[in-house]
Write a protein that binds this ligand. Structure first.
Ligand SMILES: NC(=O)c1ccc[n+]([C@@H]2O[C@H](COP(=O)([O-])OP(=O)(O)OC[C@H]3O[C@@H](n4cnc5c(N)ncnc54)[C@H](OP(=O)(O)O)[C@@H]3O)[C@@H](O)[C@H]2O)c1
Length: 335
């Protein structure tokens, strides 16, 4: 497979290269792409050096698949050009997610919707991905009525500039800012821009994307998304009301045997999921699983995952793996 990584010098792009290598995706030719300022820079993949090229040069090489993580405007303008050249684009930005003609995919939940005709496929928002991986088996078994989620999101979700801001603040250096306020020793109840209804775009992404991925608009969702001075992963406090009752031990077991989930739930031994432990792992970690005693059929849990991995790079590579394994991209399609 000829694979282009668009945004190869960024946080998500770098992680994509790492994940492609680790999972041994069948890359026969790698095309790292970034903005004009990075063209010519060298990156290493599987011990070999590659030169970063421009988007235009990459399209000319007609890759089989292009993994995009270069921001929404680059995706909007460039993804259709790759698609027109026959490339399957898997896009990490929010540009195409709610387009009714584009699939929004988390492989553990809805990979079955993918076909060879899908030339631009959207990767969901990081906080949505980790939540739906846990919601899916629970919805199948107990039917979810309503979800109330509050997030505790890592600065790595904002990109290189935000990580620099946090560490600059720790060192007392006055550098460029990714956030409107200090992030070190602080908490910002604000991710992405505010919308007219008082929620932020990130909060509305969690609502709308969850309904689309789960293929069920009857699930009611409300979200508060919060940035905290943490690296390694996003955490979520999730309250789930079901139509049907459940047994907590059975529910815990169901999660433990569901794909992509590791249950870490042993309060007696102080075991619960934390971003430090989720860092650089592909799974979604679920713990603090307990009944909400304030009303019937309701659960509280705590969900943690590395936002750069399952929240972005790993999910995108898993989509590519699914397409490849099911002959929906590359040589098998041309043949
Ligand atoms: N961080 C996360 O957890 C996360 C999760 C899900 C989705 N995403 C999405 O992934 C995208 C990238 O996020 P990030 O955190 O990796 O940001 P980042 O660290 O700032 O990296 C941005 C990348 O995009 C490249 N780029 C910028 N403009 C470009 C252009 N006109 N043409 C080609 N490449 C261009 C940059 O190249 P230069 O180095 O040359 O500037 C860099 O490689 C965003 O859309 C973000 O919303 C991020």
């Amino acid at each position: 497979m000829k694979v282009a990584v668009v945004g190869a010098t960024g946080l998500v792009g770098t992680k994509m290269l790492q994940v492609l290598e680790e999972r041994n995706f069948p890359v026969t030719e790698l095309i790292p792409v970034a903005s004009e300022k990075s063209v010519g820079k060298e990156i290493t993949f599987k011990g070999k050096q590659y030169k970063v090229v421009s988007v235009e040069d990459a399209i000319k090489q007609k890759p089989d698949v292009a993994l995009f993580s270069a921001g929404g405007s680059t995706s909007l303008s460039q993804a259709p050009l790759f698609a027109a050249a026959g490339t399957t684009v898997i896009d990490n930005s929010s540009a195409w997610r709610m387009d009714p003609t584009k699939k929004l995919v988390v492989p553990e939940v809805n990979a079955n919707v993918l076909t060879a005709e899908d030339k631009i496929i959207a990767n969901p928002n990081c906080s949505t991905i980790q939540m739906v991986v846990a919601l899916k088996p629970l919805h199948d078994k107990y039917k979810i009525k309503r979800v109330v989620v509050s997030t505790y999101q890592s600065v790595t979700g904002t990109g290189v500039k935000a990580v620099d801001q946090l560490f600059n603040e720790r060192k007392g250096i006055d550098g460029p800012k990714a956030y409107p306020y200090q992030i070190d020793l602080n908490v910002l109840p604000h991710i992405d821009v505010f919308t007219e209804n008082g929620y932020t775009k990130e909060e509305m992404k969690m609502v709308n994307e969850t309904n689309k991925i789960m293929g069920d608009d009857s699930i009611k969702i409300t979200a508060t998304t919060v940035r905290i001075p943490v690296m390694g992963g996003h955490s979520e406090s999730v309250n789930i009301e079901f139509l049907n009752d459940f047994d907590v031990a059975e529910l815990r077991e169901l999660l433990a045997k569901s794909p992509g989930i590791i249950v870490v739930d042993d309060p007696a031994n102080l075991k619960y999921p934390m971003p430090l432990d989720a860092h650089d792992k592909d799974e979604v970690f679920v713990g603090r699983i307990r009944r909400d005693e304030s009303q019937p059929n309701t659960l509280n849990c705590w969900i943690v995952s590395d936002n750069l991995r399952k929240g972005a790079a790993t999910n995108a590579v898993q989509i590519a793996e699914y397409l490849y394994a099911n002959h929906l991209i590359g040589q098998a399609v041309e043949a």
